[in-house]
Design a protein around this ligand. Structure first.
Ligand code: GLA
Length: 367
């Protein structure tokens, strides 16, 4: 069914566990969060796209549906990239007026870009009457980011934004593309998921991310496996891999195993507090082996755990951004305050915090 205009939303995400595994054909376990990008979109009869963003003081950007990588830069490249990805996939798309408003903070590791790509992708699919499935839209959004914006991300963020569901984690096998929802009712267990945005400036994110990805590909090649998903801990020996690649591979292999254990525990209905040690181990591995943390992330995690969190870890790509901490619901403010006090003591920028619940994925608004 085609439509001429409407409003759509797509959420940001936090990742419970499974970091830097998505581009290694591995497992991830994110949840969509209540912060979201909203787009008011109406069809145009020409091939022009006019986009504006409330976060950029309604700055207006204009391009055509035949845009090519390099034409549009900055925030609007995520919008233009989606038009480009649809056209690359052979879809006919109309011009549009697009007004974006997002409550997902940029640079916080909460996937503000995936939220923007996904909201535009869903709106465009409806405007063009394409009726594309959520997974297909997630892949088009990822393509926009990879090949138009130029960030070689995996598919986790876009899948979380498209497939999120209230009270559910999105368990995704990035090799098969298979997703399953895993119930995640922390409130029933007297728990909350505290998110602390460290507000540490992202440092060289794009270059560092691409380097990690290249390290993983190189390690898989040396091990003679299609992807690190296929490696086993016993394969990771100094005669087969130089030290840095061995540590990168060890992170991916152990992280995949942690995801599977967490899924098993949550499915079995175990007290969610039991997953705390897996969160801590994930952070240690990201700090020591994958080397994507910064002092702000390490201090936030250590302080949260000292202040009573059952487990904590950085979430997202790293090099700045946010941490998550599993805390008793009555302890949320005390743990957040402990982190803020430690940041103050060290002269770091004051952090921000909120609690995340698992929210619904991208959809069209009724009004
Ligand atoms: C970023 C990327 C994701 C994923 C994470 C790390 O968020 O966009 O695809 O690789 O980093 O887990």
């Amino acid at each position: 069914m085609t439509t001429d205009s409407g409003s759509w939303v797509a959420p940001g995400r936090v990742n419970l566990i499974g970091e830097h595994t998505d581009y290694n054909d591995g497992f991830v376990l994110p949840l969509a969060i209540p912060l979201q990008a909203t787009a008011r979109v109406s069809r145009r009869d020409d091939r022009t796209v006019r986009a504006r963003s409330r976060q950029r003081r309604a700055e207006r950007r204009e391009f055509t549906v035949d845009t090519e990588p390099g034409d549009v830069t900055g925030w609007a490249s995520y919008v233009a990239g989606v038009f480009w990805a649809f056209r690359q996939a052979g879809h006919q798309v109309p011009g549009a007026d697009i007004a974006v408003n997002s409550t997902v903070p940029g640079g916080a590791g909460l996937s503000s870009s995936a939220a923007l790509e996904c909201v535009v992708a869903l709106a465009l699919s409806d405007l063009a009457g394409l009726d594309l499935a959520p997974d297909e839209l997630a892949r088009l959004a990822q393509r926009a980011e990879n090949d138009y914006v130029g960030m070689p991300c995996g598919v986790m963020d876009q899948m979380a934004s498209m497939r999120g569901a209230e009270g559910q984690l999105v368990f995704l096998d990035t090799r098969s593309g298979h997703t399953e929802h895993v119930p995640f009712d922390l409130a029933a267990a007297g728990l909350a998921l505290l998110v602390v945005d460290t507000r540490a400036p992202h440092r060289l994110v794009k270059g560092e991310y691409a380097e990690r990805r290249a390290d993983c590909e190189q390690a898989a090649k040396l091990l003679g496996v299609p992807a690190l998903r296929d490696a086993e801990l016993g394969d990771l020996t100094p005669d087969r891999l130089p030290d840095r690649l061995l540590r990168r591979a060890r992170h991916v292999v152990t992280e995949n195993a942690r995801v599977l254990r967490v899924v098993e525990q949550l499915r079995a209905g175990t007290d969610p507090r039991a997953i705390g040690p897996e969160l801590n181990a994930s952070h240690d591995s990201l700090r020591e082996d994958f080397e994507v943390t910064v002092p702000e992330l390490d201090v936030a995690v250590a302080t949260a755990v000292d202040a009573g969190a059952h487990g904590a870890r950085m979430t997202g790509g790293g090099f700045g951004g946010s941490i998550i901490a599993l805390v008793d619901d009555h302890a949320v403010e005390a743990v957040a305050a402990a982190v803020a006090a430690e940041f103050d003591r060290r002269g770091f920028t004051a952090p921000r915090h909120f609690t995340a619940t698992a929210a619904r994925g991208a959809h069209r608004l009724a009004t």
